[in-house]
Design a protein around this ligand. Structure first.
Ligand SMILES: NC(=O)c1ccc[n+]([C@@H]2O[C@H](COP(=O)([O-])OP(=O)(O)OC[C@H]3O[C@@H](n4cnc5c(N)ncnc54)[C@H](OP(=O)(O)O)[C@@H]3O)[C@@H](O)[C@H]2O)c1
Length: 395
């Protein structure tokens, strides 16, 4: 028996104007709902990016205190963080000696800063931290011009260059970043004490975290690591130098602090080798993910200017905040060793007599005006006594 086939009936579509209008209205609302959602997501992304960028740039030094007429030296200030540091100090009325290795670039920066600040008290001075003789000549000229120094900013630096030697035969990064500044600071201590209360700011780096003071191979002769070896060691040396110096200067009214400026878009990576397109990508990303040089100068500026830091010494700052140091960056035995070794390398007499009778009430004492000439790498031949004598008596 065959089953009866029931014919399928299709109901004819009846045009319903109300349903059509409701459907259109729903569609319309749907588009707007999507647009609003997209807009909200866009705004949220923008807000997060803005906050992230603010966070990356770090805090700004906002106190308005001026330092009219204060005598300042900033090393390596024709570009980057140093130039921005000088710009802000010039706005606040300082008399600034710009210590740079390239006089032409220094002059261009000096004129630009004078134009922007109307501060005429800016001076172009030659200083090559890779030559101990140049350091001594710089100091001799400065001392002939000024009897006081209120602020010294040890900013200049090089990073991850191929292995080369300074004029005195020392590994370039250790020589420029640490030894040059070590000699400069020591030779200027009398002028700093003269201006007490005065300050020293040392620009180090978070790269010190990867650093070790390699006592057996300080000049990286046996093994040279551009960044994790020599650069990190030199930046760790900056910190150990700060700690030791702050102890030696206790009670003198001269303070010394060091800092990491952040990851900053400057010329510091000039020795970075990579294909052109990689460099372009990094440069584009750097616009967003790195600090501007102006933002990079803020921690140095706080250390240089903030009245609330008067008297505080021997500390490490990043993003304008004080940070504790890892054990190998606060090892005083290493700091003592490095200090003694550095004295020998730059040809300074020991600040601490070997018999140990060094400090009285925490003040720096020492052997007065012993000539420095004749030490290893001293480069002191033919200089006037003024240029080679360290007055290390407490004042
Ligand atoms: N940028 C960062 O992300 C970063 C991070 C951590 C720490 N730092 C530290 O910040 C400091 C400033 O670096 P920057 O980023 O502003 O770099 P930069 O733009 O390369 O500036 C470095 C300055 O140091 C000068 N300099 C180099 N060798 C010198 C020498 N032998 N004698 C005298 N001056 C010398 C340079 O002069 P020329 O122009 O003539 O070479 C330049 O003026 C450095 O100590 C660096 O280690 C930077």
């Amino acid at each position: 028996m065959s089953e009866a086939v029931t014919p399928t009936t299709t109901t004819p579509t009846v045009f319903d104007p109300t349903a059509e209008a409701a459907e259109k209205a729903l569609c319309f609302r749907g588009i707007w709902a999507w647009l609003v959602l997209i807009l909200l997501i866009g705004l949220a992304v923008f807000a997060v990016m803005w906050l992230l960028r603010k966070f990356i740039q770090g805090p700004v030094y906002r106190k308005k205190n001026r330092i009219d007429g204060k005598v300042v030296i900033v090393t390596g200030c024709n570009t980057g963080i140093g130039k921005e540091t000088v710009l802000e100090l010039a706005r606040r009325g300082a008399k600034i000696y710009m210590a740079c290795r390239d006089p032409a670039r220094c002059e261009a920066a000096r004129i630009e800063i004078i134009d922007r600040t109307q501060n005429q008290q800016l001076f172009n001075r030659s200083l090559d931290l890779g030559s101990l003789e140049s350091v001594r000549n710089f100091v001799a000229r400065f001392k002939a011009e000024e009897t006081r120094l209120d602020l010294l900013v040890n900013n200049a630096g090089i990073m991850a260059c191929p292995r080369s030697l300074t004029a005195d035969g020392y590994e370039q990064q250790f020589g420029v970043n640490h030894l040059g500044h070590f000699l400069l600071t020591n030779l200027l201590l009398d002028r700093l004490k003269q201006a007490s209360p005065s300050r020293i700011v040392v620009v180090s780096s978070a790269a010190h975290l990867f650093g070790r003071i390699n006592r057996e191979d300080l000049m990286s002769e046996r093994k040279y690591g551009k960044f994790f070896g020599a650069y990190s060691q030199s930046k760790l040396a900056n910190i150990l130098f700060t700690l030791k110096l702050s102890k030696l200067l206790q009670g003198s009214g001269v303070t010394v602090n060091c800092c990491h400026p952040g990851v900053v878009r400057t010329e510091l990576n000039r020795h970075f080798v990579a294909p052109g397109w990689v460099k372009s990508c990094i440069q584009t990303l750097a616009l967003y993910f790195m600090k501007s040089p102006q933002a990079g100068a803020q921690t140095s500026l706080r250390l240089a200017l903030d009245p609330s830091l008067e008297g505080s010494s021997g500390d490490y700052y990043s993003d304008s905040m004080r940070f504790p140091l890892v054990p190998w960056a606060r090892n005083m035995e290493t700091a003592d060793w490095l200090w003694r070794e550095s004295e020998k390398l730059v040809g300074l007499p020991p600040i601490e007599p070997q018999n140990g009778g060094v400090q009285q009430n925490g003040n720096v004492t020492g052997n007065g005006t012993r000539p420095v000439a004749g030490g290893a790498g001293g480069g002191g031949g033919g200089e006037s006594i003024e240029t080679v004598v360290v007055d290390r008596t407490s004042s």
